[in-house]
Design a protein around this ligand. Structure first.
Ligand code: GAR
Length: 198
C-alpha cells in the first residue's frame, strides 16, 4: 500500500503537529512528508526535525503583506514534496482563495471553537465572555472563507466557573490532540463523515 503524503503547516509550538505526526504509524494510511512554518523561530520545527520529518521555513515578514508573493514562495516546498493532504495546525496566516483552491478538498484546519461560533482569533475569551456553558474545537475542510468549510469533526469541552482564556485553552488543547488525528485518519481513508467527541 502506498501511503498518503501529509504536509503540516505550523506557526508556533506545534503540539497539534506532533499529535498528527505521532499518529501516522503502523496501519495508518498516511505519513508526514513535510512540516512547513512561516516563522523560523517556531518551536514546532525542532520537534518535527527530532522526529525525522523534513522541515521548511518561508518567513512571511519580508513580503510586507503581499500575500500572493508570500504564497508563491510557500507553494515551492509543497510542490517539491507533493502532499496528498495539507493540514493547517496552528498556522496563523490567512490564505487566499487562490492558494486554497490548489488544495481544494484536501486541506484541513483545526480551529479552537465549536464552529460556526467564534471564527478568527481570541476564541476562548470570547466564549467565556458570552457566558457559554460549552466550548471546544473543530476540524474542517479549508475553503476560501476564513474558518469556514465542511466540518469534519468536533469535540465539546465544558466551560467551568473561574475559567480564564488560558485554563480553557489548555482544556480544549487536550481534545484537539485527540480530535485532529482521528479526523486525519478517517479523511485519509476517504471517509468524510464527521468525528464527534467525546
Ligand atoms: C491550537 O489551539 C490551534 O487550534 C490554534 O492555535 C493553537 C496552536 O497550537 N489555531 C488557531 O487559532 C487557528 N486560527 P499548537 O501550535 O501547539 O498546535
Amino acid at each position: 500500500m502506498s501511503h498518503k503524503r501529509v504536509a503540516i503547516l505550523i506557526s508556533g509550538g506545534g503540539s497539534n503537529m506532533v499529535s498528527l505526526v505521532d499518529s501516522m504509524t503502523g496501519d495508518h494510511p498516511a505519513r508526514p512528508c513535510l512540516v512547513l512554518s512561516n516563522d523560523a523561530q517556531a518551536v514546532g520545527l525542532k520537534k518535527a526535525a527530532d522526529r525525522g520529518i523534513p522541515t521548511a521555513v518561508v518567513d512571511h515578514r519580508p513580503f510586507k503583506g503581499d500575500r500572493a508573493a508570500f504564497e508563491a514562495e510557500l507553494l515551492k516546498p509543497l510542490e517539491d514534496t507533493r502532499p496528498d493532504i495539507v493540514c493547517l495546525a496552528g498556522f496563523m496566516r490567512v490564505l487566499t482563495g487562490d492558494f486554497v483552491s490548489r488544495f481544494q478538498g484536501r486541506m484541513l484546519n483545526i480551529h479552537p471553537s465549536l464552529l460556526p461560533k467564534y471564527k478568527g482569533l481570541n476564541t476562548h475569551s470570547r466564549a467565556i465572555e458570552a457566558g457559554d456553558a460549552e466550548h471546544g474545537c473543530s476540524v474542517h475542510e479549508v475553503t476560501a472563507a476564513l474558518d469556514d468549510g465542511p466540518i469534519l469533526g468536533q469535540a465539546g469541552v465544558p466551560i467551568e466557573a473561574g475559567d480564564t482564556a488560558e485554563t480553557l485553552a489548555a482544556r480544549v488543547l487536550v481534545w484537539e490532540h485527540k480530535l485532529y488525528p482521528e479526523v486525519l485518519r478517517r479523511f485519509a481513508e476517504g471517509d468524510r463523515s464527521p468525528v464527534l467527541l467525546p
